[in-house]
Design a protein around this ligand. Structure first.
Ligand SMILES: NC(=O)c1ccc[n+]([C@@H]2O[C@H](COP(=O)([O-])OP(=O)(O)OC[C@H]3O[C@@H](n4cnc5c(N)ncnc54)[C@H](OP(=O)(O)O)[C@@H]3O)[C@@H](O)[C@H]2O)c1
Length: 330
């Protein structure tokens, strides 16, 4: 490798961190597309610009970052491109990123994960064949911690493409006695921090799943109130209701709130259908019956548990446990 061409891995790692960070606000905005962040560096390894894919139909992160460089009039300084997902190699709603990268004269590309989508993959091979030096984090010693963050950010998209179902987050709130049932006349028993957290989960979800028991008991709105929602985002509201107990008025009111409500009988089929419709991530907000049934089925990815008053200062304790047992306290 030409010495002046070499950018230290610490700078590449910083660029991956910046790419992950710029993409974070788009988590929940991009379905059926993935959440992708990109950073472009000059030959000294300084970040010139960062960009994230805003959502389906909009430019990919790489194309946006390269366009920003042109606007800043620094395209001639672009040397290395760092992107969380392998650049695409196909004409979808936008042109192939591999072509945009070649046209921009990029000499080196680092990407997080290979694209699992057979239609879009092949960008790395095409760039290599065209003389660009291409590195995948998966093949890089020392890439492990970054790779875990990239995997987590891409998990909803990867789950849909690889498992034909969306990434499933279950939210469960427990009172100090271990019950999920709120006191009479109340729909919730958690504090403001837990509410903001729960509404953040709703915001990133592409669909909400609940059970007929919750609808009949609480007539919940399922709207996003404690954090801002993505403008114009409409979600399926899937209600498991084998006995057809949920009334038309509730469905009409949910529709008026911007949901696409539907009654379903089978969870697995409902998940397959949601994946087919392009939902990357769903949030389950149900009562004890459906929540327990989900736990037993194993059809979940993140379990978000809110324990009232169990925090160190008597506040709500919020933990998210992944399927592999990794636990994060929020
Ligand atoms: N603390 C919390 O996090 C939380 C969250 C939501 C609700 N809640 C509370 O939960 C209470 C309602 O409890 P719940 O258990 O009746 O509500 P639920 O779990 O939301 O709904 C249960 C109903 O879902 C239907 N269902 C369809 N497929 C199912 C399956 N595979 N497994 C289980 N159920 C299935 C069943 O009706 P069919 O047989 O007719 O299909 C069942 O009666 C309310 O008081 C509400 O406030 C608490």
């Amino acid at each position: 490798m030409d010495k002046k061409d070499h950018i230290a891995f610490a700078q590449i790692a910083a660029a991956f961190t910046a790419a992950l960070a710029v993409a974070r606000p788009t988590e929940g905005a991009t379905a059926p597309n993935p959440v992708v962040g990109c950073a472009v560096l000059n030959a000294a390894g300084d970040i010139l610009t960062v960009a994230a894919h805003p959502g389906a139909g909009a430019p990919h992160a790489e194309a946006l970052a390269l366009a920003q460089l042109a606007q800043m009039d620094v395209s001639d300084q672009a040397h290395t491109l760092v992107v969380t997902l392998e650049p695409c190699n196909h004409h979808g709603r936008t042109g192939p990123c591999s072509a945009a990268i070649l046209a921009a004269g990029i000499r080196c590309v680092w990407y997080g994960l290979p694209d699992p989508n057979p239609l879009a993959q092949g960008g790395a091979a095409h760039l290599r064949a065209s003389g660009v030096r291409v590195f995948g984090l998966t093949e890089s010693p020392g890439g492990g911690p970054l790779l875990a963050q990239v995997r987590r950010q891409l998990a909803p998209f990867l789950t849909r493409v690889q498992s034909a179902r969306p990434f499933v987050t279950v939210k469960q709130a427990l009172d100090p006695s271990g019950s999920m049932i709120p006191p009479p006349g109340q729909k919730t028993f958690t504090g403001p921090r837990a509410l903001a957290f729960a509404h953040g989960l709703r915001r990133r979800a592409d669909a909400i799943i609940t059970g007929s028991g919750t609808v009949l008991a609480d007539r919940p709105e399922f709207t996003i109130r404690h954090v801002p929602d993505f403008a114009g985002k409409s979600r399926p509201l899937v209600i498991l209701d084998r006995r057809g107990r949920v009334d038309a008025e509730y469905l009409a009111a949910a529709h008026a709130r911007g949901f696409r409500p539907r009654l379903v009988q089978d969870l697995e089929q409902a998940l397959r259908d949601l994946a087919q419709e392009g939902c990357n991530e769903v949030l389950v907000e149900a009562g004890p019956l459906l929540t327990e049934s989900l736990r037993r089925s194993g059809l979940w990815d993140d379990w978000a548990l809110i324990q009232k008053g169990a925090g160190p200062q008597g506040d709500d304790l919020i933990t998210v446990t992944a399927r592999d047992g990794q636990k994060e306290t929020i």
